[in-house]
Design a protein around this ligand. Structure first.
Ligand SMILES: *Cc1c(COP(=O)(O)O)cnc(C)c1O
Length: 384
């Protein structure tokens, strides 16, 4: 198959299938073996080595989706993040990261890096100046996350890769929020793409997994540490993830559409103060988002009037579930001030632009009319 010529949905559906030579089944057979004969001394297959038939198959799909030579699949997004960072950051090295980071990544950096003698600096914002002023002689990695959580700020990927190249630094992106459907950082020469496959790749809120895509050379470095840390994903879950990814293009494009409609509707709603969605012209990074993204994701945030009771609002929703995770086919919502950013002081939250009335909305594939209705009913309940 000339896989490089295939379009998104064909890659999602077909690339990297394990051929069922025996029965000619339509889908990849699942190989649960943890032991394989040494047919070839070059290939010692073992689940922790990331090279069972199902693991290798899914890696091909993810690599092609990210326009990379190779990929690895991990037991969680954090296993992918931590293994990749530690593979390139050694004692005495330094990494630059944005202040606004996924909570798990932030905790990993501030709680663990000192044990390894790794230094780090958080940027104030997302501009070239913000990143370049934090670069030191020992900086080895720039790590970005765009769109950011929860305000959906956009970091210029071309700017980051140029800056990294100028200083001989490796650039990494957590591409979870965009998914490979909406953003291909390799187009802007970002070196390493990381995903929490728990989110859009899995898409059904029933799989915990992670992925990394990069050049063969970089993947080899990550693999070397990965096999020692032991964070690979079990074949059964790999197989489920392969199934989920067949519909990733369909799901995410529908979520993009729904989110844009919901963002426009919320923006006009009298009880909503502000909407943060990069696909809206009112978003500060609209032009940048348009330049580097094909779609604006199913994620948005909105602020409801201060005098309204956020907890009551969330309790009054019936279709949209108040929930920690995101990117599933079912819509979910949360209050960052009460959950993901709950451990920050009110001042620190304010500095990041996270008000008590802010809600992060992961838009699913339900009918938009039903989602609007659900929100309208909840608003009517708390207005009284
Ligand atoms: C969820 C998430 C992670 C962590 O992934 P897990 O699968 O929960 O380990 C990392 N980055 C982002 C942006 C996420 O949303």
């Amino acid at each position: 198959m000339k896989s490089k010529k295939l379009g998104l949905n064909s890659i999602c559906t077909h690339v990297g299938e394990v051929e069922d030579k025996q029965f000619k089944g339509a889908i990849s057979p699942l190989y649960m073996s943890s032991s394989y004969a040494f047919e070839d001394v070059e290939v010692k297959r073992y689940p922790r080595y990331f090279n069972t038939p199902n693991q290798e198959a899914l890696c091909k799909k993810i690599a092609l989706l990210e326009k990379c030579e190779a990929a690895l699949i991990f037991g969680s997004g954090m296993a992918a993040v931590s293994t990749t960072m530690l593979a390139f950051l050694h004692k005495g090295d330094h990494v630059v990261l944005p202040q606004t980071l996924y909570g798990g990544t932030y905790n990993f950096v501030v709680e663990e890096f000192h044990k390894f003698g790794i230094e780090y600096s958080f940027t104030e914002g997302f501009s070239e100046k913000d990143f370049s002023e934090k670069i030191q002689k020992n900086t080895k990695v720039i790590f970005v996350e765009t769109p950011s959580n929860p305000l959906m700020r956009i970091t210029d990927l071309e700017m980051i890769s140029k800056l990294a190249k100028k200083h001989g630094i490796i650039s990494m992106i957590d591409n979870t929020f965009a998914s490979p459907v909406n953003q291909t950082p390799a187009d802007f020469e970002i070196d390493i793409m990381i995903h929490s496959a728990t989110k859009y790749m899995g898409g059904h809120s029933d799989i915990c997994a992670g992925a990394v895509a990069a050049s063969e050379e970089h993947i080899k470095v990550i693999w070397n540490l990965g096999k020692n840390l032991g964070g690979s994903l079990s074949d059964y879950t790999v197989w489920l993830l392969e199934r989920s990814m067949k519909t990733m293009g369909l799901r995410v494009k529908e979520q993009n559409k729904n989110a844009k409609k919901m963002a426009k509707w919320l923006e006009k709603h009298p009880l909503v103060d502000k909407v943060y969605y990069p696909g809206l012209k009112t978003h500060p990074d609209y032009t940048l988002a348009k330049k580097q993204m094909r779609g604006y994701t199913g994620m948005l945030s909105f602020e409801i009037n201060e005098f309204l009771n956020v907890s009551e609002f969330l309790k009054s929703l019936e279709l949209i579930k108040p929930s920690m995770s995101l990117a599933g086919v079912e819509s979910t919502i949360l209050s960052p001030a009460k959950t993901s950013h709950g451990l920050l002081s009110p001042e620190a939250r304010k500095k990041q632009g996270i008000s008590d009335g802010l809600l992060r909305f992961s838009v699913g594939i339900e009918e938009v009319a039903d989602l609007k209705n659900d929100i309208e009913i909840a608003f009517n309940k708390i207005k009284k």
